[in-house]
Design a protein around this ligand. Structure first.
Ligand code: ADP
Length: 169
């Protein structure tokens, strides 16, 4: 049976922290589904289609070095339902600090209560990217800071364009 991992997130925008988790999760599964949550589409900076397009571009170097088949999904239902639909046995999440731990463990336990057959695994963030968060990246960019060391070029460009568009609204 193929081992299928399901990595849900907002990816608004994808950061080097997410890419670290994707690279390492790809070593653990035959297939990895990158699932973009569309729940907060109205409050997100980037539309879901842009988040998916950027993710597709930035994971290309990862796909060249792995046998894991990486695919994409958009979901606006419960993550466990979307994971089930994808045929995944495992949900993957990243842990940066105690704040992530408290929230993520609670969520994993509630997900386990709703879907006994699906487990959540946590990958500890790598030291070089554990301070990165999409929300801080957006704040820095909105204040004119350079986000190039936190996100891939394609993501930085998408954030820049979305902020410029917001300014003209
Ligand atoms: P969500 O809205 O579901 O939290 P995010 O895109 O912010 O979506 O995060 C998705 C997952 O990636 C979460 O498990 C989060 O803890 C993890 N993550 C986010 N940033 C990092 C990082 N810098 N290093 C490791 N994991 C991260």
């Amino acid at each position: 049976m193929a081992r299928i991992g399901f990595y849900p997130g907002s990816f608004d925008p994808v950061t080097y922290g997410h890419l670290d988790i994707i690279t390492r999760a790809a070593r653990l599964f035959d297939e990895l589904v990158l699932a973009i949550g569309a729940h907060h589409e109205k409050t997100a900076l980037l539309p879901v289609r842009t988040r998916i397009a950027v993710l597709k571009e930035v994971i290309l170097p990862i796909t060249e070095h792995t046998d894991c088949q990486i695919s994409f999904a958009k979901f606006s239902c419960l993550a466990v339902d979307a994971a089930r639909r994808a045929g995944a046995q495992t949900i993957v999440r990243g842990l940066r600090d105690g704040g992530d731990f408290d929230y993520e463990v609670r969520m994993a336990q509630m997900n386990a209560a709703m879907a006994h057959e699906i487990d959540t695994i946590f990958l500890a963030a790598s030291p070089s990217s554990r301070m990165i968060s999409s929300s801080l990246v957006k704040q820095i960019a909105a204040l004119g800071g350079d986000i190039g060391q936190f996100v891939p070029m394609e993501a930085a460009q998408a954030v820049k364009e979305a902020l410029a568009e917001k300014d003209t609204d």
